[in-house]
Design a protein around this ligand. Structure first.
Ligand SMILES: [Zn+2]
Length: 263
C-alpha cells in the first residue's frame, strides 16, 4: 500500500501516468504497446546481469506510478492533462517538473521497498554494498521529498518570481520516444562539477528534462531551479545552439544514461 506523496495526505495513491497516455504514448505505440529502453536498474545493484532488457509494455501500464491519491492527481495536473497543450505556457511549466519529481520519488520508494524485500535473500558478503544502497536511497528519497514540497508550494503560489528556469526547444520532426525525469548530472559538457554523489548530504541540483512528441513535432523542456542558474545556464545555452541532429544525439545520451522514465 502506498500513500499519497502530498504532505499530510493519508489517502491511498492511485496509478497515474507520468506521460499522457492518449496524447503522447499513443503516438509512440504499436498495437497499443511501447518499449522502455532501460535495463532493470533495480536489479543492477545486486544481480550480476549486464543484460539489455527492454521492457515491452501496454500503454495502460507504461510510465505509470503510484504517487497521488485520486483527489490530488486530478487537482494538481488537470491543466496539463488536456488535448491541446501549450508547451510555452509558463503557468504549466512547474506542473511538468512536479510530475517528473513525483514519478522519480515514487520510483525511489519502490526501489527501497524491493531492496528491503530482497534483503533476506542476500549472502552476508553483500551486506556492505546493500547498506550503501539503503543509505543512498534514503538520502535521495529525503532530498526529492523536499524538492516535491518546494515545487508544490510554488505551484500553488499565484505571485512572485518563478522558481524554475524553463527552456523550451522545438524540433520539426517527431521524436520516437517520450520522457520526463529529473536528471542528476555529475558534470556538464565542459566537465564542470554539478552534483557529487560522494557527498550525498549536500543539496542535489536536478535538471528536469521532458521530451514530448506531438503532431509531427517534438517539444523539449529543460528546467532547473533559479538557484542553480550558475550550474546550468552555460550547459543549456550550449544545448540550444546545437543543430537538431546533434541536439538529438546529446539528449538521447543524457536521457539513456540518467532517466528511468523513457518510452
Ligand atoms: Zn492526496
Amino acid at each position: 500500500m502506498h500513500n499519497c506523496l502530498m504532505p499530510g495526505c493519508m489517502r491511498p495513491a492511485i496509478n497515474s501516468h507520468s506521460i499522457q497516455k492518449e496524447k503522447h504514448l499513443r503516438l509512440l505505440s504499436e498495437n497499443g504497446r511501447v518499449l522502455c529502453p532501460m535495463s532493470d536498474k533495480i536489479a543492477e545493484h545486486y544481480v550480476k546481469s549486464g543484460k539489455y532488457r527492454p521492457k515491452n509494455l501496454g500503454i495502460k501500464k507504461a510510465t505509470v506510478f503510484r504517487g497521488f491519491c485520486s483527489y490530488h492527481d486530478n487537482d494538481l495536473f488537470k491543466l496539463i492533462e488536456v488535448d491541446s497543450l501549450d508547451y510555452y505556457d509558463v503557468d504549466l511549466h512547474i506542473l511538468f517538473a512536479l510530475r517528473a519529481t513525483a514519478y522519480h520519488l515514487a520510483f525511489k520508494k519502490l526501489q527501497l521497498h524491493q531492496t528491503v524485500r530482497n534483503h533476506g535473500l542476500l549472502r552476508s558478503e553483500n551486506l556492505e554494498s546493500l547498506n550503501r544502497v539503503f543509505a543512498e536511497l534514503l538520502d535521495e528519497i529525503s532530498i526529492y521529498s523536499n524538492i516535491l514540497n518546494t515545487l508544490y508550494v510554488a505551484s500553488t503560489s499565484k505571485s512572485g518570481k518563478p522558481i524554475l528556469v524553463t527552456n523550451v526547444l522545438e524540433l520539426n520532426s517527431q521524436s520516437p520516444f517520450a520522457t520526463t525525469s529529473p536528471l542528476n548530472l555529475q558534470f556538464d559538457h565542459k566537465d564542470r562539477r554539478i552534483n557529487c554523489w560522494e557527498t550525498l548530504h549536500t543539496p542535489l541540483h536536478p535538471l528536469f528534462v521532458s521530451v514530448f512528441p506531438d503532431s509531427g513535432r517534438t517539444y523539449i523542456m529543460i528546467q532547473y531551479f533559479q538557484s542553480d542558474f550558475s550550474k546550468f545556464c552555460l550547459f543549456v545555452e550550449y544545448l540550444a545552439t546545437l543543430d537538431h541532429y546533434y541536439l538529438g544525439i546529446q539528449l538521447s545520451n543524457l536521457i539513456l544514461s540518467h532517466s528511468q522514465n523513457t518510452f
